[in-house]
Design a protein around this ligand. Structure first.
Ligand code: GLV
Length: 310
């Protein structure tokens, strides 16, 4: 495929302006803030790089769209796509970042940070043994690049992670992989469920009342997409103790609205969609690698299957 005029936008556009043109002096670039995009940019460009379709986004003249995020729901969810436009995504160090995020909350819980902080405030000396991470039963929804990296990291601490995927196909490093319909038993004894799913027709509100009813006092972490969770069902599950602690980085509506009951729930930890952030360096590398593969016809590891929506 021949790509000549690349329109770059999104929060990293100025940093990418300093990184890309020297590397590919044969290409024409425009670096534009989202709010300054015009129709003319989309008439000019044959490739678009950004976190989402911004400004007067139009696929009409584009051949290639590169998502600066790992998730591509901003481009595909409830939107029309044009079959002949290639969609690729940035993966970079997402798996490592998300694995560290999850690990930090598992350890915080196992080492009873909250309890000891409270005891210290009360000047109370009350020893009891922290839980060992290796004894925690962890179920990870999503066995793609990110889910696998979480599983690999937890394995280093002795966890035998169970995966849940569309196909239920055995995938290392998971000890076992089930389809969602078959996961009931694993969920019933899970200490933690980690959701690392993209948003698709199939995963929308997958974590609903029926799902949460399978859990018994489990921790629930969502590092995938907010709309995979039915938030009212989650609040109900926290009340019923199906879920004892929810760690949420993503929400159906972002920013999470001030009136959401999740903000003030004592057993909910909220972070503002930071479990994995694209750095300018990761983004530039991903753009350059993808561009090279497009030009040489090498296989693209980061191409999105638009029919599957991820
Ligand atoms: C973050 O959630 C991303 O998709 O990049």
């Amino acid at each position: 495929m021949n790509v000549q005029r690349i329109l770059v936008t999104g929060r990293l556009y100025a940093e990418l302006a300093a990184l890309l043109p020297d590397k590919r002096p044969d290409k024409a670039f425009r670096f534009v803030a989202e709010e300054e995009l015009t129709d003319d940019d989309f008439v000019w460009a044959d490739a678009y790089v950004g976190f989402r379709p911004a400004g007067p986004f139009s696929l009409a003249n584009l051949r290639w769209v590169h998502s600066l995020g790992a998730g591509v729901d901003a481009f595909l969810w409830k939107r029309e796509w044009k079959k002949d436009v290639l969609l690729t995504r940035t993966v970079g160090s997402f798996g490592e970042q998300i694995a560290e995020y999850c690990l930090s909350y598992l350890l915080r819980d196992a080492q009873c940070h909250d309890v000891y902080a409270w005891h210290q405030e009360q000047r109370q000396w009350k020893p009891f043994a922290p839980k060992r991470l290796g004894e925690q039963r962890v179920v990870i929804y999503g066995t793609g690049e990110i889910g696998r990296r979480i599983a690999e990291t937890l394995r280093l601490f002795g966890v035998s992670p169970i995966g849940v995927s569309r196909s239920g196909r055995d995938t290392p490093p998971f000890s076992a992989v089930y389809r969602h319909e078959e996961a009931g038993e694993a969920l019933a004894c899970a200490d933690w469920v980690i959701a690392a799913l993209p948003l698709t027709e199939e995963t929308h509100h997958l974590f609903d009342e029926t799902f949460f009813a399978c859990l018994h006092n489990a921790g629930f972490i969502n590092v995938g997409r907010g709309a995979t969770v039915e938030e009212t069902a989650l609040v109900g599950a926290l009340e019923n103790r199906n879920v004892r602690l929810a760690v949420l980085d993503v929400f159906e509506e972002e920013p999470l609205p001030p009136h959401s009951p999740l903000w003030v729930h004592p057993n909910v930890i909220i972070t503002p969609h930071i479990a994995a952030l694209t750095s300018a360096e990761d983004a530039a590398q991903s753009i350059l690698d993808t561009l090279r593969c497009i030009e040489t016809g090498e296989p693209l590891a980061n191409a999105v299957d638009v029919s599957r929506q991820y």
